[in-house]
Design a protein around this ligand. Structure first.
Ligand code: ADP
Ligand code: MG
Length: 394
């Protein structure tokens, strides 16, 4: 059964009636521009065809009741209980409920109407795998409350509110890319976002190229602290470089020539990490022209360069990601392969000639399993729409 039908059927079971509407919001891959969103650089995500679905209606109660199908758990919270991070019965919210509760919390701060809801939700975005399941949950609840509240704000604004929820309520120091992609995704398009100005444009992906996602199945507990550590290195590099380049605010402002001239002033580890960011931001300057010309070959080489840089300079890869990428790069039809998301396990993204995609996916899975004894999930996806109302009852 499709996910949309599952949430509808579960809603009927839990609440003894049909939902009023169903919304969806997707996960994403990032094709290029990794670990640069929090350095105000350019990124190139695409929303994918995996998503969170919520079946929803207004609640006949002061509190919302949410069923998380994937956890088989329920949580309740209201405008009164949300800031204390507690449920309607004063017990603590389960961790997964921080994401929807965080959305309610930001909407209340913005004075946007967020009536209590009954909801059942489920997702096929793998959790903690670099495909941004959290933003997909956030944006789906954003859409649900927008629909219930009867207001409407532009998708980029929804993304910013969701980022605020994740930063301030959940307590994860993420950039804007994930929420942006979940909110603004466009069918068959990659989205070139300038994380400083927040301007963005759609770039067409050639129809004969497939996006293939491969999951190492590895999830590392330390990923959050490693991520924060990388962010601190970037800030430290800016402070060092500001002594010679007083005009800079972030690594976005540092040209590669200036970096090369000044890099010996930085501690070794900081230098390596900052070099990844400065060079990755420079790679991003070529993206628009390459995709406009349909030059996926050269674009794929930039993906491969990015992977090497993430592995050797930024040090966010791991043996399983390296294996998955190295196998992919030897297979027929593969233009480029690299880890996507923060790293330390999770998924790779591969651009593959559409005619070869099925064979590529099969061989990649087989060879990875032979090499690592792990059974990867490999699937062919495509750039998909952002958050939307999928269905409404008459
Ligand atoms: P990701 O890279 O997938 O975004 P995060 O650690 O940022 O990983 O977010 C994962 C968290 O988001 C989960 O631990 C859970 O709290 C929440 N979440 C994601 N998917 C679901 C889901 N299907 N149901 C409930 N909560 C979810
Ligand atoms: Mg996340």
């Amino acid at each position: 059964m499709k996910l949309i039908e599952q949430v509808a059927a579960r809603y009927q079971q839990k609440f003894n009636r049909q939902p009023q509407f169903i919304v969806r919001a997707p996960g994403r891959v990032n094709l290029l521009g990794e670990h640069v969103d929090y350095n105000a650089g350019l990124v190139l995500p695409a929303a994918i065809d995996r998503a969170t679905y919520i079946a929803c209606s207004p609640a006949p109660a002061p509190h919302s009741t949410l069923w998380a199908v994937d956890y088989n758990q329920m949580a309740t919270f209201s405008a009164q209980s949300v800031s204390a991070k507690t449920q309607a019965d004063a017990t603590p919210l389960p961790e997964w409920a921080f994401y929807p509760a965080g959305i309610l919390w930001t909407l209340l701060q913005e004075n946007l109407s967020a009536p209590a809801m009954n909801a059942v939700f489920a997702s096929d975005v793998p959790r903690g795998a670099g495909l941004s399941s959290s933003a997909s949950v956030e944006l789906s609840f954003m859409l649900a409350w927008q629909t219930l509240g009867g207001w409407s704000v532009p998708p980029m604004q929804l993304a910013l509110l969701a980022q605020k929820a994740e930063n301030r309520y959940v307590g994860v120091n993420c950039g804007i890319m994930d929420q942006f992609a979940a909110a603004c995704g466009v069918e068959h398009k990659a989205l070139l976002l300038d994380c400083r100005s927040l301007e963005w444009k759609e770039l067409a992906l050639p129809p004969d190229v497939s996006i293939v996602v491969a999951d190492t199945t590895i999830r590392r507990k330390l990923a959050d602290s490693e991520y924060n550590d990388r962010r601190q290195s970037c800030e430290e590099a800016v402070r060092f470089l500001q002594k010679s380049l007083p005009h800079i605010h972030t690594l976005r402002d540092v040209r590669v020539e200036d970096f090369n001239r000044l890099s010996d002033q930085l501690p070794v580890k900081t230098e390596r990490r900052a070099r990844h960011v400065v060079e990755e931001i420079e790679r991003m300057n070529q993206v628009e022209a390459l995709l406009a010309a349909g030059d996926i070959q050269t674009f794929g080489q930039l993906m491969n360069q990015c992977q090497r840089s993430l592995r050797d300079l930024y040090a966010v890869s791991c043996p399983e990601l390296d294996a998955l990428v190295e196998i992919a790069q030897t297979l027929k039809g593969c233009y480029g392969a690299r880890l996507t998301g923060a790293g330390f396990g999770g998924c790779t993204v591969n651009l593959v000639a559409a005619a070869q995609a099925e064979a590529f996916a099969l061989t990649l899975a087989q060879k990875y399993q032979t090499q690592t004894n792990l059974q990867p999930e490999v699937y062919i996806t495509h750039a998909a729409r952002g958050a939307e109302v999928k269905w409404k009852s008459e």
